[in-house]
Design a protein around this ligand. Sequence first.
Ligand code: GTP
Ligand code: SPV
Ligand code: MN
Length: 609
Amino acid sequence: MTTDTTVAPAEAGTTHEGLAAWVAEVAAMTTPDRIHWVTGSDEEWKELTDKLVEAGTFTRLDEAKKPNSFYAASSPQDVARVEDRTFICSREEKDSGPTNNWMDPEKMKDLMRGLYAGCMKGRTMYVIPFVMGHLEAEKPMFGVEITDSEYVVVSMRVMARTGRKVLDRIEELGDAANYVPALHSLGAPLGDGEQDVAWPCNEEKYIVQFPEERTIWSYGSGYGGNALLGKKCYSLRIASVMARDEGWLAEHMLILKLISPEQQVYYVAAAFPSACGKTNLAMLEPTIPGWKVETLGDDIAWMRFGKDGRLYAVNPEFGFFGVAPGTNEHTNPNAMKTINKGNSVFTNVALTDDGDVWWEGLENPPAHATSWKGEDWTPDSEELSSHPNSRYCTPIEQCDILAEEYADPAGVPISAILFGGRRKTTVPLVTESRDWTHGTFMGATLSSETTAAATGQVGVVRRDPMAMLPFIGYNAGDYFQHWINIGKDADATKLPRIFYVNWFRRDDEGDFLWPGFGENSRVLKWVIERLEGKAAAVETPIGHVPTPESLDIEGLDMTPEQVQAALKVDPEEWKAEIPQIEEWFAKFGDQLPTQLQIELDTLKSRLGL
Ligand code: GTP
Ligand code: SPV
Ligand code: MN
């Protein structure tokens, strides 16, 4: 093994003994040709992106259209999170719970050491010091990702604060610097003189969290949440365990700032499952006059109680890893402006002949493009140009409507939490919970159709509690109890109020009943007016829904009947929902908090069951 000569002349190693020892141990196991400590400098970005272009992984986009930006196409077997290959390896199986895959941690490590042995041969091992959240936070949430993928290094630089400055701080703090060691390998060693492929990966994949040790081992995938380990693996699965132990919440939520025509400021967090509208709501352009939205985050919120007893949210990320299809100047003009500034990576979209990117739903389809599969594509093609889970990866600070509070390590006080999912039927446009425990019940029974963000069937309704089903790092029953406890210990008047929304209800023809996107500002307005005690509501068995007059529909292209249909609570549909909720709760046995059982019984009796 030699020190790096082909990539940037980085600092050799670290003065942090624990970190140095871990890196040496991993290098001895994985036998890379080189080790490179990631600095995060512009020169390093240039060298790595040049190397990716040379390897055929990246295609540089036209400088005038998308400056300093790149196109990549993954292997068709590596396109999304792999939930069936994701494990929570707690010491005891019961701590992983009924919703996670589990294996004994020592057994898993033995198995994975076998896979990791020699797995970086012919490659460079990169050491990425990173911090989720602010480096200036009271307790910075450090991580160090080891990876053999240049694509991962480049993407991590967009998605998290990485590099030399972070390592400096870890070294200053010494033993007091708690960092999450996160090991990633593509599982694609190169034989002597073997030619690399554009997207190396391995058919066998493991995405493993060890919650007690607070470590992550990932193998075989180079894509998204499987490989950018600061994101779902750390900021949700590991952080949710930290949050349970320390009395806070790590959630799959966007954070937005809403400014009313009276210049009142409110902060709202919203949890929707993957590919169910968080990024779009986070960057909303309101269609109603006088209201303004600014963005704080589009995927993850860490929420802690402030000294004033309110719940404050921070976005630990530094970029957007957004779903490309459906994004356009109408649905999400702010995302379009952000990516058009450049410095972005586009994966599994289509490449146009003039060096730009295109995807389904974007304006002006090109007469010809190269599909994500590398095939010729025209508007007449039967196949999609882009994978449904194709993504743009772009710096958050390029977003014109980024709220200034993004820079504040203390975060923003949340006034309302929205839960939501994709349901064709049953679930109305918006429902307000009666109180925190009822809101927790709404979250715990959240249901949604599966999407392409994870491998497996698409469009199947499943329970996705708090939109966290694939991300709870411990027993989901204990997680529900943690939510209940948060409410029990807090001043109820200071807690966020909880709402349940559904943008995806359909009419008899199968069309969306609600136009969504910018029009969702009407629902936000109702939410705020409920907080202010101004908006009326009807009490129904499932909670409070808007009266026809209380929802602002001025200028909305919908008939009053259509609005009614979107808001409708049909007791028969809800009666049919009960056995599914009962089946879901039965999974938890004794671990189900009594309060949630009481909420279910209350719902049943309100429905006359
Ligand atoms: P992840 O990044 O996977 O966590 O997804 P997300 O929750 O951020 O979802 P995103 O905002 O990227 O939206 C996913 C898909 O849903 C995109 O194709 C959007 O165009 C579409 N979508 C978002 N909001 C709405 C809406 O209000 N109505 C409808 N009909 N579609 C929407
Ligand atoms: C999600 O699936 O919720 C995402 C994309 O945000 S990934 O980073 O791949 O998890
Ligand atoms: Mn997400």
